[in-house]
Design a protein around this ligand. Structure first.
Ligand code: F0G
Length: 434
């Protein structure tokens, strides 16, 4: 099975063995492309193969990424693979409250916060760090709003490679900072935003002996395709009408479109779902470009309570445009208020997610209200990160301490002296037995 690197802009191809992040001619994004022709028309065989692996304890079969290795990175030699059994995340049916909140009767939540380090990034890091090993890198680097860095550090440690991470100053959620320190990254705050930190690491990766693991690295996105592959496997390959995902640097958006086109190519699915990308209003250059029919990307200075997606100059713009056009998708924005209230609804369902993930549910709700998504549609919202990633946001929301947000679903903390009688106030109508 042949794989290669192909320029998105003009189709030039390069050998998979060549160490490239972007096209050497003009800096445009590269795809890792696989010659899947040997699998054409063999969808049924692939289904049986993937089903059979569910009964295996083999580390690659157990990984929700490498289980689908024929479609992910078929060329990789098993001895290079660094895996934590990532993926295998739940696809929850929405409860009655979430159905009512969104206006969707057939809503499911794909919870990528259930990955080993608590975000979807593990799916791209198992492939990214595997690639780092394959090419013999000794140090890896990324700029991050916190999840990429936590994930990269964990996988780099497992691989015995040095992790170096750059954070936007003071804008990373505490759960994520602690993970990076705990796993042992060289952790550096840059006096600037994520976009500035990303520009710096891209420059560093060209001129210093460090391997770049931001999502401009196409090997990351090959792993992230497995969110879609695994979700469809869980649904018995029944295609939903819509997939709704938060958009920041637009790596997931890009990976989703590529996955869907490849799944259709090999006959695992017959039609494409529509992909809706949701951005925070204060960090929404992709939504603005969508409204202008993708004439060009206008970078902006980003601000949002959902720090994970506080990004104004998304690196994967061109690939994300392809996803939206190919799937007849949609892009919209939600306010910080809508993000936090939707997150609270997901939390109250007992599922929990971080603020950026709330954007997908808030966005689905908005698109139903606007008539873009039908209330009868089958919809999968992707939750990208775990509820414990940003504990400060939870406490601030429930104690009504968030600037400019009036929380709609607060659950305040109570304090008592410690007498049984005091509990009566919390159990209306109860009597104390002898
Ligand atoms: N949700 C969460 C929880 C994230 O951490 C990110 C990105 C996104 C959504 C957006 O995904 O970039 O693929 O559009 N976090 C990156 C990081 C930027 O550094 O952890 P995207």
């Amino acid at each position: 099975m042949q794989s290669s690197l192909r320029s998105l802009a003009h189709g030039a191809t390069y050998p998979i063995t060549q160490h490239l992040y972007t096209d050497p001619q003009d800096g445009s994004l590269l795809d890792v492309v696989h010659d899947l022709s040997a699998w054409h028309g063999r969808g049924e065989e692939l289904r049986r193969l993937f089903d059979a692996r569910l009964a295996s304890w083999g580390p690659l079969d157990r990984s929700g990424v490498w289980r689908y290795r024929e479609l992910v990175l078929p060329h990789v030699a098993p001895q290079h693979i660094v895996t934590r059994g990532e993926g295998n995340t739940n696809l929850y049916p929405a409860n009655a409250d979430l159905q009512r909140y969104t206006g969707l009767a057939a809503l499911q939540l794909k919870h990528e916060g259930e990955n080993p380090t608590g975000s979807f990034k593990d799916r791209g890091m198992t492939t990214g760090v595997t690639r780092a090993r394959e090419i013999g890198a000794t140090a890896v680097i990324c700029a991050s709003t916190g999840n990429t860095s936590a994930s990269m550090t964990s996988f780099a440690r497992m691989a015995g490679v040095q992790p170096l991470i750059l954070f936007p100053y003071g804008k990373v959620a505490v759960g994520k900072v602690s993970q990076s320190l705990a796993y042992g990254a060289v952790s550096i705050q840059v006096r600037g935003d994520f976009d500035a930190a990303l520009a710096l690491v891209r420059d560093a990766a060209e001129r210093l002996p460090v391997y770049l693991l931001n999502s401009v690295n196409p090997f990351r996105l090959e792993g992230q395709k497995s969110i879609i592959i695994e979700m469809l496997h869980q649904r018995g390959w029944r295609v939903p009408d819509w997939i709704v995902v938060p958009g920041g640097n637009l790596g997931n958006t890009s990976a989703f479109g590529k996955a869907l086109l490849e799944l259709r190519e090999v006959g695992l699915i017959e039609r494409l779902p529509r992909v809706a990308v949701i951005q925070a209003e204060g960090a929404s250059p992709f939504a603005a470009a969508f409204r202008r029919e993708f004439d060009h990307l206008e970078p902006m200075s980003a601000e949002t309570v959902a720090t994970a997606i506080r990004i104004g100059n998304p690196a994967n713009y061109a690939k994300a445009v392809r996803t939206v056009l190919e799937t007849e998708g949609w892009v919209t924005t939600v306010t910080d208020q809508e993000i936090m209230d939707a997150k609270a609804q997901v939390d109250l369902a007992g599922i929990g997610c971080e603020p950026a993930s709330g954007a997908s549910v808030a966005g689905a709700r908005k698109l139903v209200a606007e008539g873009v998504i039908s209330p009868a549609a089958e919809v999968v919202c992707v939750l990208t990160g775990h509820v414990l990633k940003d504990p400060q946001a939870v406490i601030d929301y429930h104690s009504a301490q968030m600037p400019a947000i009036t929380p709609q679903f607060t659950n305040p903390m109570h304090t008592i002296e410690g007498h049984l009688e005091e509990l009566m106030a919390f159990l209306p109508g109860a009597t104390v037995s002898a």
